[in-house]
Design a protein around this ligand. Structure first.
Ligand SMILES: [Zn+2]
Length: 126
């Protein structure tokens, strides 16, 4: 019977696969976990910005404001429209600010946290 010339290497190949594969798997699992955490935070911030925008628009409509009129998120009459009369909090610690006027969307200070509305034609507006 002929002996396998690579018989000596088989156990070491298994060990190499284990020693590289397990840390690589753990590294990738942590990467995915971090991406999921970031995506969740982004979605929560998006929902907060949407709530602020809708609240500011409702307030503007009720108070007969024009799109060019400015507003402040510290205005207590706008905050009264919010749940608990308070601004929501960005999950990554960003601070919210109003748009330049009622025609603009509110903003978050965290890069990438912004309010975009999908259009029926694809893409986003505002
Ligand atoms: Zn944010």
């Amino acid at each position: 019977m002929r002996k396998d010339p690579f018989e000596f290497a088989k156990p070491s190949i298994v060990w190499v696969c284990i020693l590289i594969g397990i840390p690589a798997f753990i590294f990738r699992a942590r990467q995915v976990q971090e991406e999921t955490k970031q995506n969740r935070a982004h979605m929560q911030c998006f929902a907060n910005l949407q709530q602020i925008d809708l609240t500011a628009q409702a307030w503007a409509l009720e108070n007969k404001k024009a799109l060019t009129d400015t507003y402040s998120l510290s205005d207590t009459t706008i905050l009264a429209y919010m749940k608990g009369s308070m601004l929501p909090v960005c999950p990554l610690g960003g601070t919210y600010s109003s748009g330049t006027n009622h025609g603009d969307v509110p903003k978050c200070s965290v890069p990438g946290h912004r309010l975009l509305y999908p259009t029926p034609m694809g893409g986003y507006v505002r």
